[in-house]
Design a protein around this ligand. Sequence first.
Ligand code: GLV
Length: 344
Amino acid sequence: MSQGRIFITRRIPEAGMEILREAEVETTVFQKDEEKGLTRGEVLKGVASCDVLLPLLTEPIDREVLSANPRLRGVAQMAVGFNNIDVDVATELGVPISNTPGVLTDTTADLTWAMLLAVARRIPEAHNYMVAGRYKIWGPNLFLGADPSPGGSGRRKVLGIVGYGRIGQAVARRAMGFEMDVLAFDPYARQMIEDDELATWADLPELLAESDFVSLHPLLTDETHHLISEDELQAMKRTAYLINAARGPVIDEKALVKALNERWIAGAALDVYENEPAMAEGLAEAPNTVLLPHIASASADTRGRMASMAATNAVAHMRREPAPNCVNPEVYDTDAYRERMARP
Ligand code: GLV
């Protein structure tokens, strides 16, 4: 017998579907076309007809959505980030929210490094040059880039990490192989940074002024919205690179376009955008960029694990049990939650 109904907004990897089948959960996958999102109306209708919602970061889950079904038992997002979900409202309404932390840390840190190396060594430009048939003769000035390692100058480079959570730390670990000095800024992890052998604490102005590469890994909150804006870009070295595999709105993208065009910084590598999937006007044409379509956790293994975790969380929500990766566990102690779970 079916345990209940789960509404999956868009197609997720098979590993997750298998867990749902084994748990005998009735599933509706709304959008099977990889390139198409759901309309607001489709999300609202889906939520109203299910017991558990499994969304992706492409669907805003706000008060209207969370209020669309008084029997909703939980929201199991397939992503570690959950800035698309109004968690405070969910807690107020007694809805547990879960995510998929941990499994994508390495994959995201790897991509951060791929972006860092790609922008510093101009890999996309060089690749395009090759496939355009423009390589005629080796030259000592062809595609000169910058070294993350000591390289020819012998100078150890400085990596500044903003946001020293799981992913920021994994990025720092990789920097050891490049003999970098790592600075880290994260007001919520100051003690941890001070105790950490990999990184040295720096406040943001110092980090921006000293770093050859600045990599962003904070959560997106009101505090981190436009954390990197005109003043911060001006404060960076003219030879420095900015890397963002966190959330787009951490950077004021219009300011970044200006900074790139006016050469305040040497380049930027972005996996995320302020108004995703759109880019700020002029970003695509700006010099010295690497621009990716939000693929930081996109390895087959990791996306499979994320889907399994989201499905496991969803099954727990379905059974009215605490989800293994609940981001608002305080909800379980609320009357709103108890009343919600008591509904047939
Ligand atoms: C991807 O951006 C995620 O938050 O999982």
